[in-house]
Design a protein around this ligand. Structure first.
Ligand SMILES: NC(=O)c1ccc[n+]([C@@H]2O[C@H](COP(=O)([O-])OP(=O)(O)OC[C@H]3O[C@@H](n4cnc5c(N)ncnc54)[C@H](OP(=O)(O)O)[C@@H]3O)[C@@H](O)[C@H]2O)c1
Length: 324
């Protein structure tokens, strides 16, 4: 079977397509025939050995898959051969078949395509965990999403909207902001053209934002914190700008505010029941049309390196899907 392989940690340009042995399921595993795999910003890091998880070489990129169960290992009783499933597997998604722990797979509801299901775990999962479990977002509160047109950001825009919040999408161009508007954002802020702190204050009539969903880091985290409301929460999601900011603690004190870490990839291992409940809710919302996963582009397996490079170059809105 075919697989996209990282045989060295030299980035997406070094990925090769090769034939590898078919997998067999160990105890507690299923083999999934992958229909679609989804890419995330983490693939730009993992292919260079810069992500918090460092798989052994060679490995395949793509942390999320959707497909059909083809074989079931001993001890698996909740999944059947032929069942459609999706989920987060960390890496090795970009290959024709993969053996994965059955407990990571969630059944796909009827009417949801592989392309849609493949891309929901990381982005919507993080939005549910961040905004609901960690951020305690309440109806009527305001949320500023930094990097709002990216995969994680656009999912947060949609989930915050479903939770009844007022959503301020922050992105770097009018084209990216238009996509955020299409996905439910109430207000738009171009942080390439407008000062973030001033812009957020003006949009909230001087009160500041209740929750910041920060996918970007760099200089923007402190600017957003300086415009946070009394009792606000800064949700630390990621550092797409490439710089982990160091922020003076007095800024939290002055606003009775909190910095809240959100580590979805670890939470799903520590709190599997909560993760599963979140994913079932997300997939049902997709089936009902209440969430509309935005696919920026679909690539064939052979061009996966090009796809990851597009994420690196900041050219992607929503998700990139790899058809296997
Ligand atoms: N904590 C968690 O559990 C968790 C889960 C998922 C993702 N994340 C993290 O969240 C961040 C976003 O992930 P994603 O998959 O949504 O990525 P993505 O689709 O590539 O989106 C990242 C966004 O960040 C902005 N950005 C600002 N500076 C950038 C730069 N130098 N390079 C690339 N993008 C830049 C871009 O928007 P503008 O051009 O509009 O600025 C882009 O839309 C990453 O750091 C990722 O590791 C964390």
């Amino acid at each position: 079977m075919k697989a996209a392989l990282c045989k060295s940690l030299d980035g997406p340009g070094a990925i090769v397509i090769e034939e590898i042995a078919e997998p067999t399921p160990a105890v507690g595993e299923v083999v999934v025939r992958v229909g679609a795999a989804a890419l995330n910003f983490l693939d730009t890091l993992i292919t260079r050995g810069k992500y918090q998880f460092k798989p052994e070489l060679p490995f395949s990129p793509a942390a999320e898959i959707a497909g059909v169960v083809e074989a079931v290992g001993d001890g698996v009783n909740k999944l059947k051969i032929g069942q459609r499933v999706c989920g987060y597997i960390g890496w090795n998604g970009a290959r024709e078949r993969v053996a994965v722990p059955a407990k990571l797979m969630i059944p796909i509801p009827d009417g949801v395509t592989d392309a849609a299901a493949a891309g929901v775990s990381v982005t919507y999962g993080t939005a549910m965990h961040g905004l609901k479990d960690r951020g305690g977002l309440k109806t009527g509160e305001s949320v500023a999403v930094l990097g709002a047109s990216g995969g994680a950001g656009l999912a947060a825009v949609e989930i915050a909207k479903l939770m009844g919040a007022r959503v301020i999408a922050v992105a770097s161009s009018p084209e990216k902001l238009a996509i955020c508007r299409d996905h439910g954002a109430d207000d738009l802020l171009d942080y390439a053209a407008t000062d973030l702190k001033t812009g957020l204050r003006e949009l909230t009539g001087g009160k500041g934002v209740d929750v910041v969903y920060d996918c970007v880091g760099g200089e923007y985290s402190e600017a957003a914190l300086r415009s946070i409301a009394w009792g606000g929460r800064l949700l630390v999601i990621g550092f797409a700008a490439g710089v982990i900011p160091k922020i003076p603690l007095n800024l939290y004190l002055l606003k009775n505010a909190s910095a809240v870490g959100v580590f979805w990839g670890e939470m799903i291992m520590r709190e599997p029941a909560q993760h599963r409940a979140n994913m079932i809710e997300v997939l049902n919302w997709v089936a009902q049309g209440r969430l509309k996963p935005h696919v920026h582009a679909t690539y064939p397996l052979a061009r996966i390196g090009e796809a990851i490079d597009a994420l690196d170059k900041r050219r992607v809105t929503g998700k990139l899907i790899v058809e296997i």
